[in-house]
Design a protein around this ligand. Structure first.
Ligand code: SAH
Ligand code: ZN
Length: 689
């Protein structure tokens, strides 16, 4: 089998399809999977076990044999719990072949081979009967098919099918029920992930304001879920307008309907404000009584109970189609609509004359009409709305632009061309090399801002730039944020350097390049929780899952072990164990060199803690004295806690073994070696602890 994997090439800014060995895909899947995180989720595991024990006893009390169907068995964990609890037989279904193989091994190692049959199929392919996969229908249905949005991994159609074909009527289900909760909030921070705020530019000839068109203001955006670690959102960043409300429940022990539907609840705001966002999470009751409850509620909902950290289930942020001013005590209806796989929300004011408004008109799934939501994803909206960042760019542009400047901007979906135009550059051109297919921001905003024909789009890739594109002028100012949608890791935005190199012959001899340089920074950290996703589990609730640990380790070693992975660290607190250190610099005033850029050194562990890994990020030096960081923005020295740029992902390199630093008088040193391969645009790194 040949596998082609899409990967952005950081030297060309575009997607390329590379042929990989047949194992590549599956190693990727395993190495980056959430299995480790689930196995570390103590709260989930304990409650599943309690729920399974209770369900097995109920069946036994009725004098029946306990026949379990475990859909999506993964490591086989829930089936092993059932077998230990006294189940007579378990059918463990797993569609992902490497996992099904692992489940067979794990089940065998734990001595349950006679009680558990692993079936490597999608549950909808499973047959029942004397010659079938299952001898008879099951009377206990166990699954863990939920994502942060509950239904995004296809739980509903899977349950619908299972009730029709695989389980008995009146079966027990673990979990028994799921309930989705919502809370209406106002939050400038989260709202800035959906809409563009006006941009103010102080120009020589007065203040200019870039205003998004009404189409963009009223656009419902995209249906894709926004799932985040809401527990990292400080309460000062939002204001709750309603109590927590139950939106809908699903009883998994009864036939489930997956067809699209709507749910409506009445709300009375506890405070007046601007309704913008619906925060949502769910809980599952493992038993019918609701005594065994596993909840994703964020910190402010049950402040006394200990929170279980997990990354496989978080919380959802839904954006209302438009901002709605609401008054304390007024009557509102919140509607949740869903199809088989996703949920979206609408808010209506209750009208006095229509007390019994019906929610039966299902509102269509959100579709972006303004095109901005296709151009910018949510973190990117947040970044463009970051006013202090914009000010840095304006300040530095003002320093380098002159009235006769011939300016070329190379970045995806950038506002820099508009800023350069407002600041008086005579000729402004732009290129968005990795998204040639998309509109440019100034086109989306041309009408309302009088920008028609003011900025010229060059629909060529940098290497195909011709003098005629530039009206036979040389570029005097070359700018970039830099930002490219194809970038995964921080240094992939160095594509700007490659583009700059490709257009070299068009640059004036005294050209200004903004940013003039970039630097790669690194710091050793101890994560509060993120370490769990890459850490072996060993024994889980008494079951030996080391086969899984080994499998993950193999997959990590297969290819990616010497690579960093991207994580938005504002969601994953860590403390610094070393000083931040600049490790490589990239001079944009010169072309990309032929040779690799390497560095070696050591970094001292100055504080007590566990070294889980290194964090890497880029800083861009716009001018000699103005820089922007896509990583660390502040280090509060006393608490060692780091504040990260909330709009960017940083690179995280997990160490294969953790060291505990103790002594402060003679600090341990971590040795590192980094190599920026100018041919591939990738950075290889190695650490010795
Ligand atoms: N039950 C395990 C793993 C849960 S992860 C545990 O709780 O630890 C969910 C697993 O279900 C994944 O391995 C996925 O491949 C599998 N899966 C999802 N839908 C499925 C379906 N309809 N049929 C078979 N396997 C499915
Ligand atoms: Zn839109």
């Amino acid at each position: 089998m040949r596998t082609f994997c899409g990967r952005a090439n950081p030297t060309t800014g575009s997607m390329e399809w590379l042929e990989e060995g047949e194992d590549y895909d599956y190693h990727q899947e395993i190495a980056r999977s959430r299995y480790a995180d689930m196995l570390h989720d103590k709260d989930r595991n304990v409650k599943y076990y309690q729920g399974i024990r209770a369900a097995v006893s109920r069946v036994k009390e009725r004098g029946e044999k306990a026949i379990v169907l475990d859909i999506g068995t993964g490591t086989g964990l829930l089936s092993m719990m059932a077998a230990s609890a006294g189940a007579d037989f378990c059918y463990a279904i797993e569609v992902f072949k490497p996992m099904a193989n692992a489940a067979v091994k794990i089940v065998e190692k734990n001595g349950f081979s006679d009680k558990i049959k692993v079936i490597n199929k999608h549950s909808t392919e499973v047959t029942v009967g004397p010659d079938g996969d299952m001898q008879c229908r099951a009377n206990i249905l166990v699954t863990e098919l939920f994502d942060t949005e509950l239904i995004g991994e296809g739980a509903l159609p899977t349950y619908e099918h299972a009730h029709k074909y695989l389980v008995q009527e009146g079966c027990e289900a673990v979990p028994h029920r799921a309930t989705v909760y919502v809370q209406l909030v106002e939050s400038r921070r989260m709202w800035s992930w959906k809409k563009l705020f006006p941009v103010h530019v102080e120009a020589e000839d007065g203040e200019k304001i870039l205003v998004p068109p009404s189409e963009m203001e009223n656009c419902p955006g995209l249906p894709s879920v926004c799932d985040i670690q809401l527990n990292q959102m400080p309460s000062s960043d939002f204001s709750t307008l309603s109590d927590v409300v139950k939106m809908f429940s699903v009883d998994f022990s009864k036939p489930v309907q997956s067809a699209s539907t709507c749910y409506r609840v009445q709300l009375e705001p506890v405070k007046s404000g601007k309704a913008q966002i619906v925060l949502s999470w769910w809980d599952i009751d493992m038993d019918p009584s609701g005594m065994i409850n596993c909840s994703m509620a964020p910190y402010w909902v049950k402040p006394t109970s200990a929170l279980q950290w997990r990354d496989h289930w978080m919380q959802c942020v839904y954006f209302l189609p438009r901002e709605e001013p609401v008054l304390q005590g007024e009557k509102l209806y919140l509607t949740a609509c869903r199809d088989e796989y996703s949920v979206w929300y609408n808010l209506q004011k209750a009208r006095a004359d229509e007390e019994e408004q019906k929610a039966d008109v299902c509102v269509e799934s959100p579709v972006c009409r303004c095109r901005a939501h296709l151009l910018w994803n949510r973190p990117r909206f947040g970044e463009l709305n970051d006013q202090s960042r914009t000010r840095q760019y304006i300040k530095s542009l003002r320093k380098v632009l002159k009235t006769d400047s011939v300016c070329l901007c190379i970045s995806d979906g950038s506002l820099l061309p508009v800023l350069a135009h407002y600041l008086g550059a005579k000729q402004v051109q732009c290129m968005q090399p990795s998204r040639i297919d998309l509109y440019h921001p100034h086109e989306l905003m041309a009408g309302t801002n009088n920008l028609e024909d003011k900025i010229k789009i060059i629909e060529a890739r940098p290497e195909l730039l011709k003098p005629s594109h530039l009206k036979d002028k040389k570029i005097s100012v070359l700018v970039g944020e830099p930002f490219f949608t194809t970038s995964l890791l921080p240094w992939h935005n160095l594509y700007f350097w490659y583009a700059r190199t490709a257009v070299s012959s068009h640059l004036a001899s005294n050209v200004t390049v903004l940013p003039q340089s970039a630097s790669l920074h690194m710091m050793i950290v101890e994560f509060q929780d993120l370490w769990r996703i890459r850490s072996p589990c060993g024994i889980c609730e008494g079951f030996d899952v080391r086969t899984m640990d080994d499998m993950i380790k193999d997959s990590l070693n297969f290819r990616e072990s010497k690579e960093a992975e991207p994580h938005p660290l504002w969601e994953y607190p860590c403390k610094s164990l070393s000083e931040p250190q600049e490790v490589l610099t990239f001079d944009f005033t010169k072309t990309v060199p032929e040779h690799c850029l390497s560095t070696e050194g050591s970094v001292k562990l100055l504080r007590k803690g566990k070294s889980h890994g290194a964090v890497l990020w880029m800083e861009y030096h716009l001018t000699a004295d103005i820089s922007v960081s896509t990583g660390l923005v502040q280090l509060s020295n006393e608490k060692e806690n780091c504040e990260w740029n909330p709009h960017c992902k940083q690179g995280v390199y997990f160490f294969s073994s953790v060291i505990e630093s103790e002594i402060l008088s003679d600090p341990t040193a971590v040795e590192y070696a980094m190599n920026f391969d100018t041919k591939t645009g990738e950075i290889a790194m190695d650490f010795k602890l």
